[in-house]
Design a protein around this ligand. Sequence first.
Ligand code: TIU
Length: 227
Amino acid sequence: MATISAEPYEFTFDPASVALVIIDMQRDFVYPGGFGAALGNDTSLLLKAVPATVKVLEAARRAGIHVIHTREGHRADLSDLWPSKKARGKLATTIGDVGPMGRILVRGEYGHDIIDELKPIAGEPVVDKPGKGAFYATDFSEILRTRDIRQLVVCGVTTEVCVTTTVREANDRGYDCLVLEDCVASYFPDFQDSSLRMIKAQGGIFGWVSSSAQALAAIEAIHLKKV
Ligand code: TIU
């Protein structure tokens, strides 16, 4: 077993049954011209989480820890897009429309894909999800079960939308979630702060919160034990 110093108390995990889950680090959210920008957000705020996430991803790969990526997006014919999601916000440009990085949040388009810094490698499943949570209308649950994964270390964007929706879904399905505060980001700094406080409040009502530095210390120790 390994331990990461966290709040509200230490996160203890079996390296074989933990997964690093990187949520929706897609160009459509972190670069101008995608869905995040169409919603009126300053996308540069999300880039702050990238360097720490890269470090954790590289350490997880070296240690042989499971890595799973998710992407929010839709079929090209938009048959999995609820009319309510398409209409929300009354935006001039929205999901399925053509933007500077291709059709917004449509699978196969440049903007829909994961940023180069965090590009998945062979053996790392990519879960394509039409909703905010990674469990809704996906095979995420099956991927976790076939690999006997019971604990999740979570990074990605945005903290109060797809990260916390996934953490809440996971919590109700019996998974432990540790969220790394500098590896998640929001367009709204106060939402970032509140979301993290909500997760760890009440004795860890939804899970644990820690930092990349604490996670790296634990993951590097796993690596050292292996070699
Ligand atoms: N708008 C916003 O904050 N987020 C999303 O729409 N999706 C994700 O968080 N991935």
